[in-house]
Design a protein around this ligand. Structure first.
Ligand SMILES: NC(=O)c1ccc[n+]([C@@H]2O[C@H](COP(=O)([O-])OP(=O)(O)OC[C@H]3O[C@@H](n4cnc5c(N)ncnc54)[C@H](O)[C@@H]3O)[C@@H](O)[C@H]2O)c1
Length: 298
């Protein structure tokens, strides 16, 4: 693990950075942020500007061995966070700055123990990205119960398992940001992709419910809904089709911007939501789909 100072010392949501009862320019009273001398930015923003947007934070990213999770974990580390990736598979060797812990998010005891290890070592958990997930696509009446259970267990319950394990630490700190990786399937339906959209709609429900439950304790819960993102398994899907280039063209043409998204584009959205830049954003979802889900038809 990388040596670093106490995350608490630079922990951005520290109450002592706020002053009570100040009146801001819109005339509201309550807990207000006092700008640093010579700066119009609140203190946490000024700190982020000089030293990384997640400086001093402890972040956990599930499903970090590949794809969107690997890109997110890497980006968080580049922005100063101490990052732990949790995956059922071994670590991504291209991210040496991310410490990978092996656990399956669907196994309650394993995920609790793993997240508790992070809390014991670092004394806090500032950010949790629930990214582990996967497609389970079927015609509804052909679906076997095991696949229903596997889909809901991974794409919905897995996020709850990890969040439940991280919440006590966030509540004790009075701060925390949870980012759930949902999908365009949480907004629009593609026939034959059942029950994945059921789970992803549920994940947005989880986001809203927990965001409201814990808002007053300083915890934010948001989600990101990616459209098609070019990760290795999507490349493998193209490669496995009869005409890989035609498949790629067909998928690209479906998108208003005529290109497929990158894992980094989702990672930057997660970085924003995890950071204090998004401190007034809670219980909501950001679509990262190049506009695809707003299209009626061409
Ligand atoms: N790539 C896309 O086009 C796309 C679009 C919309 C939503 N998403 C969502 O984004 C997330 C990441 O997708 P991706 O495309 O990067 O997938 P991916 O398959 O490339 O990576 C998923 C990672 O999660 C891990 N994982 C799977 N099950 C796990 C479990 N039970 N416990 C721990 N780790 C587990 C895998 O080992 C893998 O490293 C998923 O939730 C997916 O539903 C992806």
């Amino acid at each position: 693990m990388r040596a670093r100072g106490s995350p608490t010392a630079t922990g951005p949501m520290a109450g002592k950075r706020e002053s009570k009862g100040r009146r801001h320019r819109h005339g509201q009273t309550g807990r207000q942020y006092r700008p640093l001398r010579g700066s119009s930015l609140p203190p946490a923003f000024a700190v982020a500007a000089v030293s990384g947007r997640l400086q001093g934070k402890v972040a956990i990213v599930t499903g970090a061995a590949r794809g969107i999770g690997a890109a997110t974990a890497r980006l968080f580390a580049q922005h100063g966070a101490q990052v732990f990736g949790i995956d059922r598979d071994p670590a991504d060797p291209s991210s040496p700055q991310v410490e990978c812990l092996q656990a399956d998010v669907t196994e309650v005891a394993a995920i609790e123990t793993t997240i508790e290890q992070v809390r014991e070592r670092c004394g806090r958990i500032d950010v949790l990205v629930n990214n582990a997930g996967g497609d389970v696509f079927s015609d509804p009446l052909s679906l076997v119960d095991d696949d229903w259970d596997r889909c809901l267990s991974l794409n919905l319950k897995g996020a709850w398992n990890a969040t439940r394990a991280a919440l006590p630490s966030m509540l004790a700190q009075g701060a925390g940001s949870v980012v759930n990786i949902a999908s365009v399937h949480a907004h629009k339906i593609i026939r034959g992709a059942f029950p994945y959209p059921v789970a992803k709609h549920g994940l947005i429900g989880l986001t809203r419910a927990l965001g409201i439950e814990y808002a007053a304790q300083g915890i934010r819960v948001n989600s990101i809904s990616p459209g098609l993102i070019l990760v290795p398994r999507i490349e493998a899907w193209f490669a496995a089709s009869a005409d890989p280039e035609a498949k790629r063209r067909e998928q690209t043409e479906l998108l208003p911007c005529k290109r497929i998204g990158t894992p980094e584009e989702v990672a930057y959205t997660a970085l924003f939501l995890a950071s204090d830049e998004a401190r007034f954003i809670n219980a909501t979802d950001i679509l990262v789909d190049g506009g695809r889900s707003q299209l009626y038809h061409d």
